[in-house]
Design a protein around this ligand. Structure first.
Ligand SMILES: Cc1cc2nc3c(=O)[nH]c(=O)nc-3n(C[C@H](O)[C@H](O)[C@H](O)COP(=O)(O)OP(=O)(O)OC[C@H]3O[C@@H](n4cnc5c(N)ncnc54)[C@H](O)[C@@H]3O)c2cc1C
Length: 348
């Protein structure tokens, strides 16, 4: 008997697996590589919404759990994953600069916004206005994390590189059976794949497509992240991620020429040096109608759970909500009402 089947090995599936393994539970994780949100993500952890200089939902609390969580995984997987990287916000106007200082009076924001503005950060990124530095930010190499974590699960005999066929799941009185595996519970961490999940597709997961370009710019020599109309994230070896786009209509994972043109047009207004496009990637963010995660127990089938809806902030959100879900199942602690899927019960 396996304690848990987990469907999906993105940021959600990994965080849930970690919480369960810490409690000594046995797990079997299925991954069919149908979704790539966690693989293509910029991996940025940044608690500040850089449009309005406000704190993202519960970001301060999430930061406190997320960093030790990923640092712990670095030790466990014996690989570097976290890269501290300040973000420089390019101001479009003096008014935006003033908003930066106004924002610093709000709780917790001053922990992250540097009061000393910088007139210039790089000769190839000219600006009429100055730049504000966001502190305590960085990136997690999500692609490497997923690769290494799946390897680790494989060594525990807890990983199946296979499609979880929802119609093969047999619900029983005190658990379930799936292709010869007896399990007490199933946790669905299937990202935008949830739209094909007959148990949870009643939830309002909208999805939002994001695309990034990978460029090579030999003369840029930028070692910090820059946020203007797009993010520019240094990857090393003169490579940079540029993006991402937001598209609520197209729900395919195929990179598009439209996104490429848009990003190139935005980028050419930010940097003045030459560059070449090396690659383009796309994924669907599991975005929700109320911008809050979708976490909890199925209203009818009590052995089924979901951990989803991280939108554009999976890196910060995943460790916190996975801990809350596992605490709810195993220790009977209450789920915060704003993430609990019971808020949509009436629509079931
Ligand atoms: C372009 C882009 C940039 C982003 N940048 C950032 C960023 O900088 N910082 C940040 O915090 N967030 C970022 N995000 C958002 C972040 O990627 C998501 O919040 C996060 O990855 C969601 O994780 P998840 O595990 O819920 O979903 P997913 O990553 O989609 O994982 C779900 C997994 O389930 C698998 N699966 C689905 N159905 C099945 C099935 N039937 N059987 C087996 N396996 C199945 C899928 O293959 C997938 O691996 C970005 C997203 C995109 C698209």
């Amino acid at each position: 008997m396996t304690d848990y089947i987990i469907v999906g090995a993105g940021l959600s599936g990994i965080a849930v697996s970690e919480e369960l393994l810490k409690l000594g539970k046995t797990i079997k994780v299925f991954e069919n590589h149908s979704q790539s949100s966690s693989t293509v993500a910029g991996g940025v952890f940044n608690p500040i919404i850089l449009k309005r200089f406000t704190l993202a939902w519960q970001a301060n609390e999430q930061m406190q759990l997320a960093l030790p969580f990923y640092k712990g995984l670095e030790n466990k997987l014996k690989t570097g994953l976290v890269h501290k990287l300040p973000i420089y916000r390019k101001f479009n106007s003096v008014e935006e600069q003033n908003n930066w200082f106004t924002a610093m009076d709000k709780p917790f924001i001053s922990l992250f916004l540097d009061p000393d503005l910088v007139p210039s950060i790089n000769p190839n990124i000219p600006s009429d206005n100055s730049f504000g530095r966001v502190k305590n930010t960085g990136t997690v190499n999500t692609k490497l994390l997923l690769e290494k974590y799946k390897e680790y699960l494989g060594n525990l005999d807890s990983f199946e590189s296979a499609d979880f066929e929802y119609d093969q799941l047999e619900l029983q009185e005190n658990g379930c059976a799936y292709k010869g595996i007896q399990a007490r519970r199933v946790i669905f961490c299937d990202g935008f794949g949830l739209t094909k999940n007959p148990y949870f597709n009643y939830l309002p997961l909208r999805g939002n497509k994001g695309e990034y370009l990978i460029i090579k710019a030999k003369d840029l020599n930028l070692e910090v992240a820059v946020k203007s109309s797009v993010f520019i994230l240094p990857l090393g070896n003169h490579l940079y991620k540029v993006g991402a786009t937001y598209d609520n209509v197209d729900k395919t994972e195929t990179p598009t020429p439209e996104a490429k043109d848009k990003l190139l047009s935005q980028l050419s207004k930010i940097i003045t040096c030459e560059f070449e496009v090396i690659d383009q990637v796309a994924g669907i963010r599991p975005a929700t109608s109320d911008r809050k995660p979708l976490v909890g127990q199925h209203p009818k089938h009590r052995q089924l759970y979901c951990c989803n809806g991280f939108g554009s902030r999976g890196v910060l959100i995943a460790p916190t909500v996975a801990k809350q879900l596992v605490g709810f199942i195993e220790k009977d602690t209450a789920l915060p009402i704003d993430i609990d899927i019971r808020r949509f019960d009436k629509k079931y």
